[in-house]
Design a protein around this ligand. Sequence first.
Ligand SMILES: [Zn+2]
Length: 512
Amino acid sequence: MKYFPLLLLSLLAHMATAQTQPVKSTPATKSITQSGVDSLQVEYVQTQPNEELWLQPGDRLNVQVKAKTGLKISLWNQHPLQELPAEQNKGEKGLYVCSYIVQPSDKLNNLNLPVLVDDTTDLYPYTVFGTKTKVTILNPAQPIYGFTQGKMPYMNYGLGADRLGGAKVGYLDSLVRVQINGKVGRDYRIKLSNTFNAYIPVQQVKLEGPSTYPGESLTSSWSVSGDDANGKYDYVRVAVGQRLPYTSYMDVNPSRIVVDVYGAVSNTNWMTLHRSLREVRNVQYQQIASDVYRVIIDLKHPQPWGYSVGYQGTSLVIRVKRQPEKLKLKHLTIAVDAGHGGTNVGTKGKTGVPEKEITLKIAQLLKKELEKRKARVVMTREADVTLDNSERILLLKQAQPDLLVSIHVNSSGRAEVQGTSTYYRHVAFRPLSQALYEEVLKLDLKEFGNIGGFNFALNAPTEYPNALVETAFASNPEDEQRLINPRFQAEMAKQIRKGIKRFLKETRKRKS
Ligand SMILES: [Zn+2]
């Protein structure tokens, strides 16, 4: 055993600047020759994920080291790494791993994680290597809080890695106070309840100084009221006491809106319901856990028409969109979104016609179709301009449309894949995507599917029913020939218009 705990302390002080480079184990013992270090053949020392980490006791710290086979490797606190049998690593020796549970006694403050590598001979003492990324172990006795900032802060369930990103929990208002209990790379992990964490991009949170008050409060009474008869909304106002984080969803059968407020404890002793309500049928709450307060809003119509959640001061306001009284195109504002545009060309098939051109043509034709029926139309873009998805959503927040259809062209790595598909995120909006699907399929396109839970930005809004139409596949030659044909584009626009009409008609029927 060549472990010198006292000397290690002085080493750790140096670690903050160490990259994946050896650090002399101690100036007091025989210094390591370069060949001694080289003989360890350390290729990398990294955490999994290989990013800056903030951990708290109880979290897992996963570490991997690639080096010569047969070494003795441990974490800074002597917790050993195991060398994987070659069969478990594509036949290669020398991969050392550990999954360590952080203990309350562990202390690391923004350090390149020290790993001790020992060649097991007595020639040299162990050598310390550091990860390239830094690790901090948080002290639960000193919780860190921050406030959400930016135009549209959002939370993810996990650290998704595919092209759609992490699955979204939902958006938050600004200045919502969140407790940070970890960090992975560019995301903070926030504590919603004792059993529910989420992730939020670092730039969307402004850290608060040393915390003076906890992230919990007592709720108070509710006021539930609506606009006048011609207005579009009902409002549920819940006095929460501070701007606590929340999540929400819409349910069907029965149709309702559910909002969970984290850190809120009920002291709601009454709720006042006004006669101006048009869409809200009933309200109630449940304390579903000691730190989760649930707001339940039952709706009058089987088809929910959307909602938004935000704060006015420290009161949580759920604005419930009423189902339009007259479900006819001429009474509605329809938003049409032509996918991509400008520098974002979208996909391309063999002919080289970019998706952005096809979507814009279909969107313009759809606008004409709808305007012929006297609908008001809001376009996210009407020319070949660059517009990212969050700009589109902000624009739609302003426009407050009654419904949104986003138009795209699909693509697959396999040329034989073809057909049309429609997408929704929120189950309450599935009927719109189904009605669109039924009508678009009449163009004799193959069935690719009606796809739910879709983590696409333009399917995320909860304020109005929305659906995405992936018209057909540019990567399939037969589909592509149709997509670039002006007659097909006109037919597609017409069928989308019929799909909207079908949704309205079916909703009217479901009213009774
Ligand atoms: Zn697209």
